[in-house]
Design a protein around this ligand. Structure first.
Ligand SMILES: Cc1cc2nc3c(=O)[nH]c(=O)nc-3n(C[C@H](O)[C@H](O)[C@H](O)COP(=O)(O)OP(=O)(O)OC[C@H]3O[C@@H](n4cnc5c(N)ncnc54)[C@H](O)[C@@H]3O)c2cc1C
Length: 227
């Protein structure tokens, strides 16, 4: 889908194949893309120790050592969740200060299994079949340091795939679609949105599926009244 417009109660959805589809109602379910750190080894070991979802993959790393890349709320909350399973966590933050809120900082700094390293620019991820290590540049001393880890959780945020919807929806500061949780309506009548593209703290399959079902029922009601 490249773009969407509404004229006289009808949506016109344009696609890459140059076809334009007409519809009384549309449900947006375009998801979100995790932000990458773009270092050697990230792609190669994705799914082999490199993960973008601590809630999903955390338990697989029971009693292992992991690095969490990103010292914002995402990274700190992931590390706290992972600390229920793994034996040691390094949080690597690029800047000289962490950006997580105070409550998360208090919880992390009193957790003996979590070590926070600032001024750490990730350089590469290495391994054989699975991840064995992560190397970062210590930006204060211009030194490369390698940590032996079994997993790397990249927690530097995500980009919702929502720009193609234009001004038919309101977006929050992250680019997520603002919607009514009761019926999945957006600000445009007949346009619904569900899943990871929506404003929501938790991005999980069960929630996306539930929202998808609600949006379908709402679209059905809308079509019944407007056809
Ligand atoms: C590595 C990883 C592991 C995960 N593991 C789990 C897990 O174990 N359990 C769990 O509950 N959740 C897991 N999640 C989260 C889960 O995948 C998402 O919450 C869920 O897939 C969201 O569903 P969705 O339909 O909203 O979006 P998506 O599944 O992201 O689907 C969106 C689709 O829309 C397509 N799209 C985007 N833009 C356009 C466009 N303009 N036109 C047409 N199509 C478009 C995309 O290509 C994609 O196919 C994981 C996520 C990641 C990244």
């Amino acid at each position: 889908m490249l773009g969407i417009q509404k004229k006289d109660g009808i949506f016109f959805v344009s696609t890459k194949s140059k076809k334009v589809y007409e519809s009384i109602s549309v449900i947006i379910t375009s998801g979100a893309e995790s932000k990458l750190i773009n270092v050697p080894g990230e792609e190669e070991f994705s799914g082999k120790g490199v993960s973008y979802c601590s809630l999903c993959d955390g338990p697989i790393f029971k009693d292992k050592i992991v690095a969490v890349v990103g010292g914002g709320n995402n990274g700190f909350e992931s590390a706290l969740f992972l600390s229920n399973y793994v034996k040691k966590i390094f949080i690597l933050e690029f800047s000289d200060k962490v950006k997580a809120d105070q409550e998360n900082q208090d919880l992390v700094f009193k957790n003996k299994n979590i070590e926070v390293i600032t001024n750490a620019k990730v350089v590469k991820i290495e391994g054989k079949v699975f991840v064995n290590s992560i190397t970062y540049e210590d930006l204060k001393n211009n030194k490369e340091i390698t940590l032996e880890v079994n997993g790397v959780f990249v927690e530097i945020g995500y980009t919702p795939s929502t720009l193609f919807v234009g001004d038919l929806v309101d977006l929050n500061e992250k680019g997520e679609i603002v919607f009514d949780p009761e019926n999945l309506k957006t600000k445009t009548p007949g346009l619904f949105s569900a899943g990871d593209c929506n404003v929501s703290k938790y991005k999980q399959i069960v929630m996306a599926s539930g929202e998808g079902a609600k949006a379908a029922l709402s679209a059905y009601e809308y079509i019944k009244r407007n056809k």
